[in-house]
Design a protein around this ligand. Structure first.
Ligand code: NAD
Ligand code: IPM
Ligand code: MN
Length: 360
């Protein structure tokens, strides 16, 4: 029997609700496929930890987490207690960089039973993957403030694109597109306005394309691409984007598929030199936290992506199939949460998926 050590970090807000709700379905899937999971929970990377320790992470966090096969993460950020740039740069963004999780893979799929806010769209019409660069780009700590407090006060923040950093995420995106039936890659750019870094990105997209003659590539400026996501989401297969553009597209895509609450993400270290981290796209949602109504599907789908990454695609597909079965029942038959037009709770929906995992 294979054994996997999983670090479980709920974080803040609804992270503390959707993570527990996802574990029953994950454990039911593991039992079904003969996988042993050793789950170890951690309270760091949270506002509560910050209040107690004045830091987001313990000194030995890196050595501790390196010992795990994967990390299942909820959400971090509680701006009423700790400013977001401190909590995020002190935890999640540190994990991504330290563990070289340079691909952030974010599927956008219109699921059966879920209504898109876009008119006339049915399951099958929206099914694409955003590949987001995850360790550099617009998210850089290069810059600062000068002449502070004077009329010449100036703030600079640099975009950093390295050849290694750009090429490795592009290679991943091309390889992924090459394995899919449509073999279609879309690159997000803005080389008309951001005239130093983005032409470089475009150049590397073209250069990498020479190794993938079977992949059809197109390129959209990010503003036009945002409009295209809404007007023609059926035209996309794999979309590759820099860190910030990928961040924006990966909230917009799931919104087109009905709710941010079902969207998963995998922060992947493809070279497997450190653990990968699986977290929903959404944040801690302070506006609904504590009410037990957050949608746990994004977190459960993350567990499925984690099983896939650990080398168990059949288990991953079984878990995602259970999610689809439950969603397909609709709010009349299944305890769907309010974002899916139901009256179910986080725990009820998590439980319904776990039951379906056992039945199917
Ligand atoms: P958010 O994603 O937390 O919430 C945006 C909206 O989506 C809210 O109206 C929320 O209620 C709704 N929503 C999100 N997840 C939902 C779910 N599972 N079910 C139902 N509705 C859901 O974004 P925000 O409000 O901009 O950020 C809140 C905090 O979370 C901030 O501190 C932010 O920095 C942080 N954040 C963390 C992550 C992360 O940990 N990966 C991601 C995004 C935001
Ligand atoms: C995400 C989040 C994070 C990001 C924030 C919270 C720093 O929005 O995972 O999409 O921008 O990467
Ligand atoms: Mn985001």
């Amino acid at each position: 029997m294979s054994t996997y050590r999983i670090a479980v970090i709920p974080g803040d807000g609804i992270g503390k609700e959707v993570v527990p709700a996802s574990l029953e379905a994950l454990e039911a899937t593991a039992a079904r496929f003969g996988l042993r999971l050793e789950l170890t929970g951690f309270g760091f990377a949270s506002a509560e930890y910050w209040q107690r320790h004045g830091t987001m992470l313990p000194d030995d966090w890196e050595a501790t987490l390196r010992g795990f096969d994967a990390i299942l993460f909820g959400a971090v950020g509680w701006p009423a207690v700790v400013p977001d740039h401190i909590s995020l740069w002190g935890s999640l963004l540190r994990f991504r960089r330290t563990f070289d999780q340079y691909v952030n893979l974010r599927p956008c799929r219109l699921m059966p039973g879920v209504r898109s806010p876009l008119a006339g769209r049915a399951p099958g019409d929206i099914d694409f993957l955003v590949v987001r660069e995850n360790t550099e780009g617009e998210y850089s700590s290069v810059g600062g403030r000068i002449f502070e407090g004077t009329e010449r006060e100036t703030v600079l923040q640099e975009t950093v694109m390295t050849r290694v950093g750009v090429d490795r995420v592009l290679r991943y995106a091309y390889e992924l597109a090459d394995r899919r039936p449509k073999r279609h890659l879309t690159s997000a750019t803005k080389s008309n306005g951001i005239a130093i870094s983005m032409p470089y990105w475009d150049e590397r997209v073209a250069a990498m394309g020479e190794s993938f003659p079977g992949v059809r590539v197109d390129r959209f400026h990010i503003d036009a691409l945002a409009a295209e996501f809404v007007l023609h989401p059926d035209r996309f297969d794999v979309v590759v984007a820099s860190n910030l553009f990928g961040d924006i597209l990966s909230d917009l895509g799931p919104a087109c598929t009905g709710t941010l609450g079902i969207a998963p993400s995998a922060n992947i270290n493809p070279d497997r030199t450190a653990p990968s981290l699986f977290e929903p796209v959404h944040g801690s949602a302070p506006d609904i936290a504590g009410r037990g109504i957050a949608n746990p599907i994004g977190q459960i789908w993350c567990a499925s992506m984690m099983l896939e990454h650990l080398g168990h695609p059949a288990a991953a597909a079984h878990l995602l199939g259970a999610v689809e079965d439950v969603l397909a029942l609709g709010p009349g038959e299944a305890p769907l949460t309010p974002d899916l037009h139901g009256t179910g709770t986080t725990a009820e929906l998590g439980h319904a998926v776990a039951e379906r995992v056992r039945e199917r």
